[in-house]
Design a binder for this molecule. Structure first.
Ligand SMILES: Cc1cc2nc3c(=O)[nH]c(=O)nc-3n(C[C@H](O)[C@H](O)[C@H](O)COP(=O)(O)OP(=O)(O)OC[C@H]3O[C@@H](n4cnc5c(N)ncnc54)[C@H](O)[C@@H]3O)c2cc1C
Length: 646
């Protein structure tokens, strides 16, 4: 080993002096655990500081991971060395692939977690991660070296200081958090946990733009008090399919979920008591998530809907507690009890924990660079709910990228910035730092322009080059992904080469599917024919030289679907890729931070104001800011050119 170097994890060599550098991650929620885990996996000395070590990976709301869009991001972060996919596979008790019949591009994995086991598994994973220390405590403020912009550390409420060179703040709903139930307002970061007021005060006092957002959660019910025989059973997939590209088994016992619908009585109770709800009684100023409305919102905003579906989900195999997804409410507890008991099968229900709303500080993500660092503060990254998003997966994805980029910044490497055509994670970060958000941001597939390029099952091959550069996967994991990507390429090449004639082995399959073979065609062309279903494709693949459905790490049915998808949509994807070339080129044109646009003729005041507020780092980013016209982008381009020549 060369002098001055130290072995990092997985055989990566780390300069010895870097051992002196350290990253501190504030917060052990979904963003924080990913940031800390990946930074340590990259070989950086890392400390995760959180208020309560027993709450690492706590699911504040629904006990589930994934869904369409969100599940895509879990696969992407898994492909880069993230923890969420492995954690849910280890602790999931009900798995389903959503949109299964709607095709590979919009298919999304989802699973119910055993919430208790998820927390334990998350903590255990971090405890076993080399280079990572855990510390319980409350961060009170960030400390910079006097007279410089260099970060010194994080000061805790007890006065001690954790020295660090980079800090990732992932404080979730805790900054100036206030829990609301009916007319009551309590200072808290989450039910039963303190709010973080000192850190919130410091961040506000640094002049960062902030606003109040809100979210809410549903009551939890004693499972024994529910008559499950009256509910609609929703079984999970059998067999369950893992989230992670690296999981081989789903170890937990699988259980069903249930569905129930609200009744006319439920609606009457909500309407009669609207003025008592925190939201409708005028007690909330924060903006709530559009896509997770409270039950009050559902009845008020969708009066013609009649009834609403409620998912009845087990919280854990270890407890007798049931979660009601879709019944988030901030009505007073006694009204909540009547509300719950109006559901069929819930006539004798007992509430273990009432639902509530929570209001908290979040910071305008337009103040972030594309690597999620805060433009005005050196060495500081923000990730998760603090940036105005909602959801575990959104938080985890940002945490992972912030952790990666904090380490890369310390190592003086270029940041990892994922393109909108490369990952849903790229779409989310670009949306946040380019357009900002006025309400809690949640990932939806509709936000991505290039859905055909972003199928979640292909995230490992798609992000392979980035995973190599990041270096957070173990060598055997990387080898597995490389082997799978190579097999996929080989398979496609063989399909392009294999010739289908009436007398070739594939001829009989084609004839059976009603395909005439007057002129020969390649196997790839045969697969593009509408008549070729999965049974015909399987029959052809069984005849194809080199197709081994039993090779390690290879899910034959999934790979067949991916191959068909790849071959059928290749022409559309190629066209999309050509259209994208121009846009990609713009994403590589950097706008110098000292570029003077203010005295430029031909750019309106509105555009100038937007450029000043959004501070785009590239021409591509500038072109995506709402209100920036194509003409303004052209002028900006010219200006950049001119500044480069000076
Ligand atoms: C009541 C409620 C309802 C929700 N409803 C939904 C919903 O319907 N749909 C949805 O998608 N999402 C919902 N969420 C949001 C979801 O929980 C979050 O999006 C997600 O957990 C955010 O992850 P995070 O890592 O950013 O923050 P969190 O998971 O909140 O974690 C923050 C962590 O930071 C720690 N921390 C904070 N300040 C400090 C400090 N000063 N020092 C040390 N540690 C600190 C906390 O202890 C905690 O561990 C809800 C959250 C709550 C609280």
């Amino acid at each position: 080993m060369p002098a001055g170097w130290d072995p990092g994890p997985e055989g990566i060599l780390i300069p010895l002096e870097e051992r002196l550098q350290q990253v501190v991650v504030i917060g052990g929620g979904h963003a924080g655990l990913e940031a800390a885990q990946v930074a340590a996996r990259m070989g950086m000395a890392t400390t995760l500081l959180t208020m309560n070590l027993d709450q690492i990976g706590q699911m504040s709301c629904n006990p589930s991971i994934g869904g369409v869009g969100k599940g895509h991001m879990v696969r992407e972060l898994d492909a880069l060395g993230g923890a969420m996919g492995r954690l849910i596979d280890a602790t999931g008790i009900h798995f389903r692939i959503l949109n299964e019949s709607r095709g590979v591009a919009v298919r999304g994995p989802r699973a119910q977690a055993d919430k208790v086991k998820y927390r334990i598994a998350a903590r255990r994973l971090l405890e076993r991660t080399a280079h990572l220390k855990l510390r319980q405590g409350m961060a009170a403020r960030l400390v910079w070296r006097e007279g410089t912009r260099g970060l010194l550390g994080v000061e805790l409420l007890d006065g001690s200081v954790l020295p660090c060179d980079a800090v990732v703040v992932t404080s979730g709903t805790f900054l100036n958090g206030q829990v609301l139930i009916g007319a009551r307002r309590l200072e808290a970061g989450r039910a039963g946990e303190p709010a973080s007021t000192h850190l919130a005060q410091q961040l506000r006092s640094l002049g960062l733009r902030h606003r109040r957002l809100k979210t809410g959660t549903s009551p939890r019910i004693a499972s024994g008090s529910i008559d499950f025989s009256r509910l609609l059973v929703q079984p999970g997939d059998d067999p369950p399919r893992p989230f992670s590209f690296f999981s081989t088994t789903i170890p937990q016992r699988q259980v069903p979920c249930h569905i129930v619908h609200t009744t006319a009585q439920t609606e009457a109770i909500v309407r009669e008591n609207l003025s008592q709800s925190s939201l409708y009684g005028g007690h909330i100023e924060g903006v709530g998530p559009r896509y997770c409305p409270s039950i009050e919102d559902k009845f008020v905003k969708f009066p013609d809907k009649g009834r609403h579906q409620i998912f009845v989900e087990p919280e854990s195999l270890e407890t007798e507690e049931t979660y009601l997804a879709g019944l988030s409410t901030s009505l007073p507890p006694e009204v909540q009890l009547r509300l719950v008991r109006s559901l069929p099968g819930f006539e004798a229900a007992e509430i273990l924990r009432p639902g509530y709303a929570i209001e908290y500080d979040s910071f305008d993500p337009l103040q972030l660079r594309r690597d999620l660092s805060v433009a005005e503060l050196e060495g500081v990254w923000f990730a998760g709910q603090i940036n105005g998003t909602t959801g575990y997966e959104e938080a985890a994805g940002q945490g992972l990228l912030a952790g990666i980029n904090a380490v890369r910044w310390l190592r003086k490497q270029e940041p990892v910035v994922l393109g909108r055509d490369q990952a849903y994670l790229g779409v989310m970060v670009d949306d946040l730092v380019t357009k900002g958000t006025d309400e809690p941001y949640r990932m939806l597939t509709a936000r991505a322009e290039h859905r055909l390029a972003l199928a979640c099952d292909l995230a490992d091959s798609r992000l392979l080059a980035v995973a190599r550069a990041v270096g957070a996967l173990a060598p055997e994991e990387l080898a597995q992904v490389e082997a799978r990507a190579a097999s996929r390429e080989q398979l496609k090449a063989r399909c392009d080469e294999a010739w289908v004639t009436q007398t070739s082995p594939f001829g009989a399959v084609a004839a059976g599917a009603g395909i005439r073979l007057d002129a020969g065609l390649t196997l790839a062309e045969l697969f593009r024919r509408q008549q070729m279903g999965t049974a015909e494709a399987d029959a052809c693949l069984a005849l194809l030289e080199g197709w081994d459905p039993n090779q390690p790490g290879w899910d034959a049915a999934r790979e067949r679907d991916l191959l068909l998808f790849d071959l059928r949509y290749a022409p559309y994807r190629d066209r999309e890729a050509r259209l994208l070339e121009g846009q990609r080129a713009w994403d590589h044109v950097r706008i110098p931070s000292d570029l003077r646009v203010d005295h430029l003729h031909g750019i309106s005041r509105e555009v100038l104001e937007k450029l000043a507020l959004h501070r785009p780092e590239t021409l591509g980013q500038a072109s995506r800011i709402p209100g920036i016209t194509p003409a303004a982008v052209t002028i900006l381009h010219l200006l950049i050119h001119r500044s480069e020549r000076i």
